[in-house]
Write a protein that binds this ligand. Structure first.
Ligand SMILES: Cc1cc2nc3c(=O)[nH]c(=O)nc-3n(C[C@H](O)[C@H](O)[C@H](O)COP(=O)(O)OP(=O)(O)OC[C@H]3O[C@@H](n4cnc5c(N)ncnc54)[C@H](O)[C@@H]3O)c2cc1C
Length: 346
């Protein structure tokens, strides 16, 4: 850091001190009213913010960069700092086989318990009747249900609610539509050699701010000797890059990769894949606890649990599992409280 030429020496020292000062904030509530920009400028000064933090925030949040809450930044600094030992060595874990291994295990277990799982069948509407939720429509068929847990983005959930007669629905739709999201484009490369020995590289280039060489975390032998790299970009779904055909995304990325890794040659790439996710990152604003949807809604039997409710941490698979469990327990509690002795209600 002391050799970081874009900043004068005085600001390099401020940048180092910033990390220490950020660690001193022990509770996110102290920062709830601030934007990330306000907090970072107060910690490290305007120049450090402009040179280091603004490009990173714009790289991740684009036009929302100035609206991001300090709590989001604090969590990133705090949790990432927390995964390092005193010597600065970072310990990260990866599930062997990736998410698919986890999801397949869950599927096997649930099916063995008699759960009917339907994939590739979008829910078209969630119906209410009287004070309660009454069913779910999928592929034109209504499935009666007294308990419904939605795990999609709140905006999508709002669009599913069909309960014009229910007094709580308009307010619920307003609340669920209040959380903005960014999409994500992820370019995955299968290379025949290493780009570098770094696993996760944040780049001060808002066009492709993050290069992750996955096979520097998990061994290439697990991927037929391939070197797997992904470039990730969060962006609004109306951005050009989000809408580009796959080949153009790949072509667009090449000069960025070359700039970061001057020895890189196109011939190293054996195959590439482009993934897009429409609701990839909720925008966490100041006073987010006032905006964040509750898990239990005011429509009896209707629940929402998704990544917009992971707070103060930023979304991640571990939190999805944690919050899914919490929501499941809550529903089980409500059910057991409602069931008359010897009765059943699903
Ligand atoms: C590029 C990228 C990299 C990431 N890397 C990591 C990482 O390294 N580690 C980590 O822990 N986390 C990572 N995450 C975050 C992780 O993917 C999320 O935290 C996790 O997927 C959240 O799970 P979820 O079930 O809440 O939401 P999602 O995974 O978004 O699931 C919601 C599901 O609802 C479905 N859906 C929407 N509408 C309907 C409908 N009408 N009917 C039926 N289904 C519907 C969607 O298709 C989607 O499958 C990453 C995310 C991105 C975008």
């Amino acid at each position: 850091m002391l050799r970081f030429a874009p900043l004068p020496l005085r600001d390099r020292i401020r940048l180092g001190l910033l990390a220490l000062r950020a660690q001193r904030v022990k509770h996110w509530r102290e920062l709830e009213s601030l934007t990330a920009r306000e907090w970072l400028v107060s910690l490290g000064g305007r120049r450090v913010y402009e040179v280091v933090w603004r490009p990173l925030l714009e790289g991740k949040f684009g036009r929302y960069a100035d609206q991001v809450g300090a709590t989001w930044m604090w969590t990133k600094l705090h949790l990432r700092g927390g995964s390092r030992t005193r010597s600065g060595k970072e310990t990260l874990y990866y599930i062997k086989g990736g998410s698919e291994a986890l999801l397949s295990a869950l599927q096997r277990r649930l099916e063995s318990l008699g759960v009917d799982i339907r994939t590739g069948v979008p829910v078209e509407a969630v119906h209410t009747e009287g004070a309660s939720v009454s069913g779910v429509m999928a592929a034109g068929v209504i499935h009666p249900a007294h308990q419904v847990l939605i795990t999609a983005a709140p905006q999508l959930a709002a669009g599913l609610l069909d309960g014009a007669d229910h007094p709580a629905v308009p307010e619920l739709q307003r609340r669920w539509s209040a959380v903005d999201y960014l999409g994500n484009v992820c370019l995955v490369l299968e290379n025949n050699r290493r780009l570098s020995d770094t696993y996760w590289l944040n780049v001060n280039d808002p066009d492709f701010p993050c290069v992750i060489e996955h096979t520097n975390l998990d061994r290439p032998e697990r991927y037929d000797g391939k070197h797997v790299v992904y470039l990730s970009k969060y962006l609004p779904t109306d951005a050009d890059l989000y809408r580009m055909p796959d080949e153009e995304v790949f072509e667009y990325s090449l000069p960025h990769i070359r700039r970061m890794f001057p020895g890189f040659e196109r011939s190293w790439v054996q195959r590439y894949h482009v993934w897009r996710a429409e609701h990839a990152q909720p925008v966490i604003t100041p006073h987010y606890t006032r905006t964040m949807p509750e898990v239990e809604s005011r429509v009896q039997g209707l629940y929402l649990a998704g990544m917009a409710q992971v707070f103060p941490e930023d979304r991640g698979t571990n939190y999805a599992v944690r919050d899914g469990r919490r929501a499941g327990r809550l529903i089980a509690d409500r059910l057991s409280a409602a069931v008359p002795a010897g009765g059943s209600r699903v």
